[in-house]
Design a protein around this ligand. Sequence first.
Ligand code: BTN
Length: 252
Amino acid sequence: MKPQKNSILRFETIGSTNRYLRENIDVLETGTVVVAEKQTEGRGRLGKNWNSDNSMLMFSMLIKKAEYPKSVGLAAAVSVIKALEKLYKINALIKWPNDIIAENRKVCGILCESRIRRDSENTDKKYETDVICGIGINTTTKNEFFAKNMLPHAGSLKSIYGIDADREILLNGILTEFFPLLDESFTAIKSYYAENCLTLGKKILIVTEKNKTPAKALDITEEGFLVCESLSGETFTVNSGEVSIRGFNGYF
Ligand code: BTN
């Protein structure tokens, strides 16, 4: 359920905004947002680091008892797309599961982590899922930073479009889109997502440490899996915690 009012906690420097929420999850209310100017141990998907300086908008949101846990990441990606469109007329796209790509550069990464626990209240549901959704957007990051951190496919709003995005306005724009979306069904969120997705309906490469498997991306399940079709026509699913996706003819 959408929280009535977000409390926003601000830090100059923090280890990781996602970790802060995880460590304090029991005393924080749903809808809490943590924003940091700088992270010293920022975390990315697939166990990677998210290196940063103070040129990024970095924040995490806590959604307790998520109605549709797997739609939180999709809703976050959709909110970033919508906010970039409304504020700066930028047409960005989503690469599954929730990277935001503009002009063939990754401008934003999203890391969702969840905690499943027994329902403390006596409701019909046996388990509840709390989700922590962290978003990092390269606002004014310079190409030198990406080169130094070996991120050849990254870009920032400033490096691509010359836009000096006000991080506060961007944050508010995303929060305004995100929380109302959580009241929508998985199908409704997925349909916004699919309209702006680089992956669905496309030929892709599924990359693991050992293999690169060509396939066609068909759909996303309610469990968050990507449904694919192999070259021989078999349908199978992949999990975002285990694979990376590349475009068939290029990185994205
Ligand atoms: C990825 O693309 O790998 C996801 C990156 C997510 C980075 C954000 S920055 C704010 C939040 N706190 C973290 O430690 N990570 C996320």
